[in-house]
Design a binder for this molecule. Structure first.
Ligand SMILES: Nc1ncnc2c1ncn2[C@@H]1O[C@H](COP(=O)(O)OP(=O)(O)O)[C@@H](O)[C@H]1O
Ligand SMILES: [Mg+2]
Length: 454
């Protein structure tokens, strides 16, 4: 605006000045655009290289112990140096080119100012303008170049960040597949009866990068169904175990149950209500999940456990969850109790301890549905026994789904569901399945279901 008003003002009160400025500015802008054009391609490439090397760096750091154990420090540091060298070389080229354009541009500005000065002084001598008016014209003219310099520096910054800005907006425009109904049912209480009705589901991959490295949204078709016609009823308060080979679709079923995905066909009913009609927030706050790999923040135990809930929790309640998750035992060994920091990714805790923190986090919201997805699979027999005990305690009065391999963990379940290649091939108690279900028998025999810990 300042630029426009000034130039128009000049064109009106002193047309000759306005014209000189207009020509000068045109050359100035032309050089700016041309320079952006000339360095644009390389600038984009440096941006990509930066992203690449940042990714590399964080990956190296995340796997620091792997690097050390395999004595790869030197190789990694060389790799990193190498990728930085590439960036530096390109950067040098870009900014040297840019500097030469900046020089040309300032030269154009200086020439214009000089011409204005000469013409102005001449016009004062000729008696056309008074010296005072000339001073005003000078101030206006020079301000135009001031503003121009500012605009081009913004232009340069935008060019520099253009790729990142583009990626950002592509990311922000991705819409969630999971859409809440307009007037969703807010569930205050869930009994925990779950019914899967003829569920068909397949994943679609959507993160794809085109040849320029730009995030693109693409949906793949013709993938195989991961779940093929699942019909299941889990009664409220039941303790149900799901067994099956890796890749059978057990975790996928859980993903559908927490509505991380919607099935392509079929319905999930919670207490007889279609899951799609429930408010996501109110429903999810009634579900607790303990995964195989419990993610922890580098914060206190308290913070990590309370992360499971949005409510204000009384200390009594926290104690109860700690007790149920069997954390109270190892808590005494920690210097600051629940206010001890767990370290990055919980590095200061053992696998079994991390798992128990995960259980406490799931329990703190007093969920109606509690899910353990291979929560004990990576633990030794001793830890497994302890977790099993806390699962037993925690499952009282809620629907509990346990995905596990160890016979000791599953055999006391009210119902065991046998999964094979996206289908339910058996359902019943341990002794019933041993008699009636070939797949189950086989799993027990070849110890896919590990007969350990009992
Ligand atoms: N996010 C995903 N995107 C695409 N395919 C997936 C995804 N998660 C799992 N799958 C595939 O779905 C199948 C079932 O996986 P999953 O439910 O994790 O099995 P399980 O928990 O029984 O081991 C596997 O073939 C797996 O490769
Ligand atoms: Mg799984």
């Amino acid at each position: 605006m300042q630029l426009l008003v000034t130039i128009i003002g000049l064109l009106i009160v002193a047309p000759i000045f306005g014209l000189i400025i207009l020509i000068g500015i045109s050359i100035f802008i032309w050089i700016s655009i041309y320079s952006n054009f000339a360095i644009g391609e390389d600038l984009k490439k440096t941006q990509e290289l930066y992203v690449e090397s940042d990714k590399q760096q964080s990956e190296f750091l995340r796997n620091a112990s792997l690097v050390k154990v395999n004595a790869k420090e030197k190789k990694i540091s060389e790799e990193y140096d190498h990728s930085y060298e590439k960036i530096n070389k390109l950067n040098k080229k870009v900014w040297l080119t840019f500097a030469s354009f900046v020089q040309k541009r300032s030269f154009a500005a200086d020439i214009t100012k000089f011409i204005i000065l000469v013409v102005g002084v001449y016009l004062v001598y000729a008696g056309v303008y008074t010296p005072g008016f000339l001073m005003v014209l000078f101030t206006w003219s020079f301000r135009v170049f001031d503003r121009m310099g500012y605009l081009t520096s913004i232009h340069r910054r935008v060019t520099q960040q253009y790729e990142s800005i583009k990626n950002y907006f592509t990311l922000m425009e991705i819409e969630s597949d999971i859409k809440e109904k307009d007037n969703p049912i807010i569930v205050n209480e869930i009994k925990g009866r779950i019914e899967f009705k003829d569920i068909y589901f397949k994943y679609s991959s959507r993160e794809e990068f085109d040849e320029d490295g730009i995030l693109k949204i693409k949906k793949e078709k013709n993938r195989e169904h991961v779940l093929k016609g699942i019909n299941l009823i889990i009664e409220a308060g039941q303790r149900v175990a799901i067994v099956g080979h890796s890749g059978a679709g057990k975790s996928t079923l859980i993903n559908l149950l927490v509505r991380a995905y919607d099935p392509q066909k079929g319905k999930i009913l919670i207490d007889g209500k279609d899951l799609k009609n429930l408010s996501l927030l109110s429903y999810r706050s009634k579900i607790g999940i303990v995964p195989q790999d419990v993610s922890l923040f580098d914060n206190t135990l308290r913070y990590n456990i309370l992360f499971g809930t949005n409510e204000n929790i009384e200390d009594v309640q926290l104690r109860k969850s700690l007790e149920m998750a069997r954390i109270d035992g190892f808590l005494n060994n920690l210097e600051n109790g629940v206010d001890t920091f767990v370290g990055e990714k919980g590095i200061k805790l053992s696998g079994g301890e991390r798992q128990r923190v995960g259980i406490a986090r799931a329990l703190i919201k007093n969920p109606s549905i509690l899910i353990f997805d291979e929560a004990t699979s990576s633990l030794d027999v001793e830890n497994e026994a302890m977790i099993r005990e806390s699962i037993e305690k925690a499952s009282k009065g809620r629907t509990t789904i346990i995905i596990a391999h160890r016979l000791s963990t599953i055999k006391d379940a009210d119902k065991i569901i046998v999964f094979e290649k996206g289908k339910v091939v058996g359902e019943g108690t341990h002794s019933y399945l041993l008699k009636k279900c070939e797949a189950y028998k086989k799993m027990i025999n070849i110890q896919t279901v590990i007969v350990g810990g009992n």
